[in-house]
Design a protein around this ligand. Structure first.
Ligand SMILES: *Cc1c(COP(=O)(O)O)cnc(C)c1O
Length: 352
């Protein structure tokens, strides 16, 4: 073995869901089945290629202001990045530097563990209970920081704001990050607590509710002090994270509140209907507050079903990891896509 091998940062990378480039029913990575606001399409069309000669605004001014406006905070309380993955990675780098372990649930977004290992941050997973709920008292032990998604992924379960607040209340000496990738489909955001807890960071994304996974925009909302620390880290890494198209389209998407809410309602309605259909077919479907469901069937093996679906051009997500070997995560698509899914499931079950 060469000497340099010892000095290479070796990591086991995050494995994203498949992105098939042919036409399939794609219910595997929680994208929105509806297009972004028509105002985004218009802005893209009108964008001048000549503008690309110049560097984009490193402060992401108009986008930061549009988000501040939308959430009734000040622009210096907003940090934007290349998807919330970039924002979260920057948060790990900036805020999780204790020798004590950071805490996150055992079943959660698998990227947390990857960042912890990449940055050599000690971590300790806290077990969700048998109903996949967070046990808040587990987070009262000494730790170096806390992060969890609300709603959680892939479980789809939303914890009430009171639970989030109890965890914050008992952890005022560390940074607590709430990853709200799916909160628009759920209920109250922890943003309400920002003025009361100076250690709270709320992270959201344009990838799910705003139909812009391909544009890569995410953001953190907190108090000006923590946002400054994040910006200092960002400027020490790459000043121009956000490209010009993302900056322009992001503003248009945020401003179109009406379209955003309409698209949310369509997905929530389809989710409620789909949940009923899954249950009619004998699935156990957790109480989803996200744009996906987490389901299991007492009679059909999840892995076999996952493979049969894929062979028939319907992509869903399967992990096969501990405690969730018999579960599938299925994104809520359009009503038509979900009907095609159920048509296949009825046929599949009839053949067994
Ligand atoms: C989708 C997702 C993200 C990342 O989304 P981006 O596309 O990087 O904004 C972050 N956290 C959770 C829990 C997610 O499901």
């Amino acid at each position: 073995m060469r000497e340099y091998e010892k000095n290479i940062r070796k990591v086991e990378p995050y494995v994203p869901g498949e992105q098939p480039q042919n036409k399939v029913i794609k219910l595997n990575t929680n994208e929105n089945p509806y297009p972004p606001s028509p105002k985004v399409a218009k802005a893209l069309k009108e964008m001048e290629a000549d503008r690309l000669r110049l560097y984009p605004d490193p402060t992401c001014g108009p986008l930061t202001e549009a988000l501040a406006d939308f959430y009734h905070v000040k622009p210096n309380q907003v940090f934007v990045g290349v998807g919330s993955d970039d924002v979260l990675a920057m948060c790990f780098l900036t805020f999780f530097n204790s020798r004590k372990p950071i805490f996150f649930p055992d079943i959660t977004y698998s990227f947390y563990k990857v960042w912890a290992e990449l940055y050599r941050i000690p971590y300790e997973c806290q077990k969700l209970d048998e109903n996949f709920r967070i046990v808040k008292e587990d987070y009262y032990k000494e730790n170096g920081g806390i992060i969890f998604p609300n709603p959680n992924a892939p479980t789809s379960i939303y914890e009430k704001l009171e639970v989030v607040e109890d965890i914050l209340c008992n952890n005022q000496e560390v940074i607590v990050i709430i990853d709200e990738a799916y909160v628009d489909f759920a209920g109250r955001s922890a943003m309400e607590l920002i003025d009361r807890y100076e250690n709270l960071i709320v992270v959201q994304t344009f990838s799910k509710a705003r139909s812009m996974a391909g544009m890569r925009i995410g953001y953190a909302i907190s108090n000006p002090r923590l946002i400054k620390y994040l910006n200092d880290a960002k400027y020490s890494f790459n000043s121009y994270t956000m490209n010009q198209a993302a900056l322009i389209c992001g503003v248009e998407a945020v401003k179109d509140r009406e379209y955003f809410e309409e698209s949310l309602h369509k997905i929530i309605n389809t989710r409620q209907w789909a949940k009923g259909r899954f249950e009619e077919l004998g699935f156990r479907c957790l109480d989803s507050r996200a744009n996906f469901v987490f389901v299991t069937h007492p009679k059909y093996d999840a892995k076999e079903l996952f493979e049969a679906l894929k062979e028939n051009g319907i992509y869903v997500r399967y992990w096969g990891s501990e405690r969730i070997e018999q579960y599938l995560r299925i994104t809520i698509g359009t009503r038509e896509e979900m009907e095609a899914l159920f048509e296949f499931l009825v046929k599949y079950m009839g053949e067994f």
